[in-house]
Design a protein around this ligand. Structure first.
Ligand SMILES: [Cu+2]
Length: 177
């Protein structure tokens, strides 16, 4: 009887140890897989390259012009940016007045190397020069902000500047003659 009990204890102890070991390994593995670089949009399976614009007529530029600078209040929430899309003209100087409304977020536009933190509750100014190439530029959140961080995306719509538009119309008029 005594010997049988001893075996039982040993067996239970061994199983316990194995379970503990397995749990430890598993949690380490889990931690590792969460440790990827959240500011790297590519690690969320995204494409970071811009795409050509299909219909420029339907977009209205965001914010307001002040002394030649486009000033836009840009807000972050779990898990979106407002306004969406962000619309500017090609080549414009843009001043974003960034604010988060829940937790700390970050905004990044990889193709133009723009990245800035969006502080909680107060506006922070960040500026960039809009690209000269009209198109749709992907925007991402650069700071891990919760379960759907990887899906927090926006778009920067760059409209052809009035001069660029004039050139296109000019060319079209010529080819019609
Ligand atoms: Cu975020």
């Amino acid at each position: 009887m005594k010997k049988q009990h001893g075996n039982l204890y040993r067996a239970t102890g061994t199983i316990g140890l194995i379970t503990l070991l397995a749990l430890t390994l598993w949690s380490q593995y889990k931690q590792k897989s969460n440790e990827h670089d959240h500011s790297d949009a590519l690690q969320h399976g995204n494409t970071i390259a811009s795409a050509p614009l299909k219909d420029t007529e339907k977009f209205i530029p965001s914010g307001a012009l002040n002394s030649g600078i486009r000033i836009i209040d840009y807000d972050a929430y779990q898990y979106r940016f407002v306004p969406e899309p962000l619309v500017v003209y090609a080549g414009e100087s843009v001043e974003l007045r960034l604010k988060s409304n829940d937790t700390k977020h970050g905004v990044m536009i990889p193709e133009i190397n723009f990245s800035a933190e969006m502080p909680l509750g107060k506006r922070k100014i960040a500026t960039f020069k809009a690209p000269l190439k009209a198109g749709e530029y992907p925007i991402f959140c650069s700071i891990f902000c919760g379960s759907d961080h990887g899906d927090m995306r926006g778009k920067l719509i760059v409209l052809p500047s009035p001069e660029q538009k004039g050139e296109i119309q000019h060319e079209q008029a010529h080819s019609n003659n």
